[in-house]
Design a protein around this ligand. Structure first.
Ligand SMILES: NC(=O)c1ccc[n+]([C@@H]2O[C@H](COP(=O)([O-])OP(=O)(O)OC[C@H]3O[C@@H](n4cnc5c(N)ncnc54)[C@H](O)[C@@H]3O)[C@@H](O)[C@H]2O)c1
Ligand SMILES: O=c1ccn([C@@H]2O[C@H](COP(=O)(O)OP(=O)(O)O[C@H]3O[C@H](CO)[C@H](O)[C@H](O)[C@H]3O)[C@@H](O)[C@H]2O)c(=O)[nH]1
Length: 328
């Protein structure tokens, strides 16, 4: 069996960490990325194909040249605010790009796909703890595009025997502890890197998006998972497919919820520095509380999220943040 894996979005935050984990596990990760939000210098662990998933001929050419045994599909636009303002871009890029990818994979006889979905597909479940059976009702075009891709994978499974592991991630944080790759979104919209920017003066202050939510301190609650634990689950998901275990959905979170203010407090402790901050209005498209209630990934994949303490995630992100490679 070939050890070559096509990694769409491999120049991005999670995809670049996945390439490192795949290479360490003996795979050859071939990154396919259009560099729309990714970084050429994050592609360090295997070949690079600069291509857009919307360009079907280029995607077909990548399959023909590299003959991957499986696909890890990270490529997407993934900012909730942008999705609220420009839903068409999200439907076109995420759903159109995924359709091209799936049809190209099937055409090349590559039937194993690991897909990055999100807890944003659930919408606002009124404080429920979320698992794989929770009904999905996304609040924005980002979550809706991801749910549509989940449906697409199921349809091609029924019609063409495509096998998919769908991971619904909660909030991904932290960085490679070796500092080879890290989180680098531009513009950055994620909470922890924005807090760190405020801590070291790269931004004036963190704005807390909404302080009147029905939570203990009025701010939204999220479940944070370390990027190294997350990509470890992907290697396990790939091995699940290669062992012929078939299509399966897994939630990836720790089951612990942290409010925005709690994350700020933890950052203050880890960095031992003040966090300049101000209260602001709610951000459109935000759910009050998203916490993982599933143990399926642990029970069935043998996944152990060993680095996903808030202290470790902020500590690793902070080290990457202070590294010369990081630019706000
Ligand atoms: N970061 C999180 O907390 C989080 C949580 C849940 C799900 N996800 C999902 O994980 C995946 C990776 O997220 P990330 O944070 O690493 O984002 P990222 O923006 O850093 O990476 C996405 C990569 O995909 C590439 N890309 C986008 N559209 C493309 C296209 N049409 N053709 C080729 N390449 C394209 C970008 O250039 C980028 O390198 C996304 O699918 C995202 O929806 C992320
Ligand atoms: O400057 C900021 C940035 C964020 N937040 C708050 O911090 C929390 C976390 O926000 P993030 O932007 O870091 O992440 P999201 O919860 O919006 O994550 C969503 O988008 C991600 C993709 O980027 C994933 O897909 C994830 O599953 C999906 O829920 C939210 O309550 C948000 O309102 C602030 O208060 N101030």
């Amino acid at each position: 069996m070939s050890h070559t894996v096509l990694v769409t979005g491999g120049a991005g935050y999670i995809g670049s960490h996945a390439c490192k984990a795949l290479a360490a596990a003996g795979y050859v990760p071939v990154t396919l990325d259009n560099l729309s939000t990714g970084w050429r210098d994050a592609v360090k662990f295997g070949p690079f194909v600069q291509a857009d998933l919307l360009d079907r001929a280029a995607v077909d050419a990548a399959f023909a040249e590299h003959r991957p045994a499986a696909v890890l599909h990270f490529a997407a636009l993934s900012q909730v605010g942008e999705a609220m303002a420009e839903p068409g871009r999200y439907w076109r890029n995420n759903v159109g790009g995924s359709l091209n990818l799936i049809e190209a994979a099937i055409g090349a006889g590559c039937l194993d796909v690991v897909f990055s979905s999100t807890c944003a597909t659930y919408g606002d479940r009124d404080g429920d703890v979320l698992d794989e059976d929770t009904p999905q009702a996304p609040l924005n075009a980002y979550g809706a595009s991801k749910r549509a891709i989940e449906d697409m994978l199921a349809d091609f499974g029924a019609s063409h025997g495509l096998r998919s592991v769908i991971f619904r991630y909660f909030n991904v944080a932290g960085a490679d502890p070796d500092g080879e790759v890290g989180e680098h979104h531009r513009p950055e919209t994620h909470l922890i890197p924005l807090i760190l920017d405020a801590v070291d003066g790269k931004r004036a202050a963190l704005t807390v998006h909404g302080t009147d939510y029905p939570t203990q301190d009025g701010t939204c609650i999220r479940d944070y998972v370390h990027v190294m634990d997350l990509v470890d689950a992907h290697v396990k998901g790939l091995e699940w497919l290669r062992a012929g275990k078939g299509s399966r959905v897994f939630c990836l979170g720790t089951g612990s919820g942290f409010s925005v203010r709690e994350v700020v407090d933890a950052t203050r402790h880890v960095t031992n520095r003040p966090v300049p901050m101000q209260d602001g209005p709610r951000r459109g498209g935000d759910a009050v509380k998203l916490v993982c209630g599933s143990t399926r990934a642990k029970a069935e994949l043998g996944w152990q999220p060993g680095r996903s303490t808030m202290k470790q995630m902020i500590g690793d992100a902070w080290r990457w943040h202070q590294n010369g490679a990081y630019q706000a």
